[in-house]
Write a protein that binds this ligand. Structure first.
Ligand code: SF4
Length: 227
């Protein structure tokens, strides 16, 4: 498989936020989200064998939570799925961050899927979510919407209601987008949308969703890699 990096940090978003986590970052993505903060994954990296990935994970012990991210890890499903099955058998807790544009039915049900449905503010990537992936969701999974504006919020609210996302998945995450090139300061000023606005909209609507701030962008400089 072709990876950009493998490292240990704290999980930054989702209901696992704040837990120590090993990140396996896959190279390459077939989407181009307007607010992408991982463009460095589009090229570069190097091939890893499955044994090498497992050995590097073991070297980062005692962490038992692993997240597959990218880029888009499901572009390398042929290598990723057997790796998932091996790590599950060894007792690890696994997560995957995916856009939901690739089929997810083959992902083992024990893996926690964080599926990022692209809102209009994602630009060229908007509308890329594969509808049949709704049927692959389980209560282990969370559906995420990155919000840049009121239009994005309205899209997310409508999608959540129309597709009964809370019945299918374990939760919904609303994540205010960061600016494309944020300043080094670790403040909410770097956000494309003031999180207070998002919270007010959620409370006014009584939306069954979790506000998800990318905590790694407050702990470290927003564009820092490998954290
Ligand atoms: S799916 Fe993720 S990695 Fe790909 S362009 Fe969008 S934000 Fe960037």
């Amino acid at each position: 498989m072709h990876l950009i990096e493998l490292y240990k940090s704290v999980q930054g978003e989702s209901s696992f936020a704040g837990l120590p986590c090993i990140f396996v970052r896959f190279a390459g993505c077939n989407l181009r989200c307007a607010w992408c903060d991982s463009e460095y994954t589009f090229t570069g990296g190097r091939p890893f064998s499955e044994d090498e990935v497992v050995a590097q994970i073991e070297a980062l012990a005692p962490c038992r939570l692993i997240e597959f991210t990218g880029g888009e890890p499901m572009l390398q499903a042929k290598e990723l799925i057997p790796l998932m099955e091996r790590l599950l058998a060894e007792g690890y807790t696994l997560m995957i961050e995916t856009s939901g544009e690739r089929p997810l039915a083959e992902v083992p049900k024990a893996v926690h899927k964080i599926v990022d449905v692209k809102c209009p503010g994602a630009g060229a990537a908007a509308g890329s979510f594969r509808r049949e992936n709704l049927d692959a969701l389980t209560k282990n999974d969370e559906v995420k919407f990155v919000i840049t504006s009121r239009e994005d919020y309205d899209f997310a609210r409508e999608f959540i209601g129309r597709h009964e996302v809370n019945r299918r998945a374990g939760g919904v995450l609303l994540s205010p987008a960061f600016r494309k090139s944020p300043s080094p300061e670790r403040t909410a000023e770097n956000m494309a949308l003031d999180p207070r606005d998002l919270v007010e909209w959620m409370l006014a609507d009584g939306l069954d969703a979790r506000l998800s701030l990318q905590i790694h962008k407050f702990i470290w400089e927003p564009m820092k890699k490998g954290v």
